[in-house]
Design a protein around this ligand. Structure first.
Ligand SMILES: Cc1ncc(COP(=O)(O)O)c(C=O)c1O
Length: 414
């Protein structure tokens, strides 16, 4: 097993071990902590990357899942930050109730009971858009739109996966059956025959660029290949998106948004002239998978702390809980990263455990006792919120608020 304690980047953290000990004294553990100062600096850095590009930024709610933090990110982002990319129709309806507007649901559903509240919100004047990649999605949207006496806005999703060698190699997230400009045009024509729905946008998300770290310390032998493939994939994505926008314009489809990208591709996506907006979410909290992108200047802002509940021998400590393994391709990089104090690493046969997590103490590790906290970082930014009812929000080195996650508000969308 890779020694994850050695896998940290130079990004560092502003909150040190003694800060966490002080902040967490008397707090229930496990606890999740967000450093609002660090998150604010990440917002500023991401906004700065879009300066002068003319593109706006849509915040990926799935990578936050916390109403209070979504509000803070949008507020701090200012005019350049516009709207949320939601991960379910039900979530979008919840966010409408919470007072958000300009919502784009980027993952399709056929469920009428999920679509109808959104159609009703659109009827009341909310800006709500939903992704579609097949006639069935459009029919479901049209049915909800007609029942609500409204028209639902559809964003067609183009699959921008990289398929070299005549398609024998497939790099990408298999998000849509629409693989060419012609495919998208055929669906746009179908949409024009469905009352209650209209096409207003195009999305092409390059997961194989934005979601693949350049310097993954958990599988370093693959890094040169990953980087080479990403270099080849970027221009291919750009050509396909641009061709598709041109084809839709020729059909008379007026596109209000052309969305692409994620935290891991902000620069290359924002450089494309046909793009109107880029999406980012993970970069605000900077979960540890985002440490491993080239040119990354973000800093860790979300953490969780476990209690040391046993010291089985002088070389180990055992924490209560901790098995918060991230989704995606299975691998060691999906485990939480032991962060503070330095010098702690997983025990190979145990990993991050269901109810307890033993950690090996390196020679330089501080003396630790039962009752002490160990601080970790989740691999993915939004999934942390599914494990905690509230986040302790830290500003200026003290806890300034305690606010619920979606889970703490009793919401579980997927
Ligand atoms: C459609 C879409 N756009 C953008 C993103 C990027 O989000 P993040 O910045 O959190 O990586 C994702 C993440 O999976 C996504 O699914």
């Amino acid at each position: 097993m890779v020694d994850v304690a050695e896998a940290r980047t130079a990004a560092g953290t502003r909150l040190g071990w003694e800060d966490f000990r002080r902040l967490l004294a008397g707090e229930r553990l496990p606890a999740a902590v967000v450093d609002l100062d660090a998150m604010g600096r990440n917002v500023d850095r991401i906004r700065a990357r879009l300066d002068g590009t003319g593109k706006t930024l849509r915040v990926a709610s799935k990578s936050v899942r916390h109403v209070g933090l979504l509000r803070r990110v949008l507020d701090r982002g200012g005019n350049g930050f516009r709207g949320l990319m939601c991960y379910s129709a039900e979530e979008a309806a919840f966010l409408v109730e919470e007072g958000f507007d300009d919502l784009f649901v980027a993952y399709p559903t056929l469920q009428h009971q999920a679509l109808l509240p959104l159609a009703r919100a659109a009827g009341r004047g909310a800006t709500v858009r939903l992704v579609a990649d097949c006639p069935e999605h459009l029919e479901a949207m049209g049915r909800a739109g007609r029942e609500a006496g409204a028209v639902l806005d559809a964003v067609l999703e183009l699959d921008v996966s990289y398929r070299p060698l005549g398609g024998r190699l497939h790099l990408g997230a298999r998000r849509s059956p629409l693989r060419s400009a012609a495919d998208v045009v055929v669906l746009a024509r179908a949409a024009s025959g469905i009352p209650g729905v209209r096409v207003v946008g195009l999305m092409g998300y390059e997961a194989h660029v934005a979601g693949v770290p350049d310097e993954n310390p958990f599988s370093p032998a693959m890094n040169p290949l990953r980087k080479a493939l990403k270099r080849l994939a970027v221009p291919a994505v750009s050509r396909l998106r641009s061709r598709t926008v041109t084809a839709l314009a020729a059909e008379g489809v007026e596109l209000r948004l052309v969305n692409g990208g994620g935290t891991g591709s902000l620069g290359s996506t924002a450089a494309e002239s046909c793009i109107t907006e880029v999406t980012a979410g993970s970069g605000f909290l900077c979960s540890h998978l985002f440490d491993y992108f080239a040119g990354q200047d973000l800093e860790p802002a979300a953490f969780f702390a476990l209690e040391i509940c046993r010291v089985p021998d002088p070389g180990h400590v055992t924490c209560a809980g901790g098995g918060y393994v991230a989704s995606g391709e299975p691998g060691l990089d999906r485990l939480p990263l032991p962060w503070l104090p330095r010098g702690l690493a997983y025990v190979p046969m145990e990993g991050a455990g269901e109810v307890q997590t033993p950690l090996r103490r390196g020679p330089a590790a501080l003396p630790l006792a039962v009752g002490d906290p160990v601080v970790f970082r989740h691999a993915k930014a939004g999934e942390l919120a599914e494990r905690f009812d509230e986040y302790l929000l830290v500003g200026g080195g003290r806890i300034v608020a305690r606010e619920p996650t979606y889970r703490g508000q009793g919401r579980c969308f997927l």
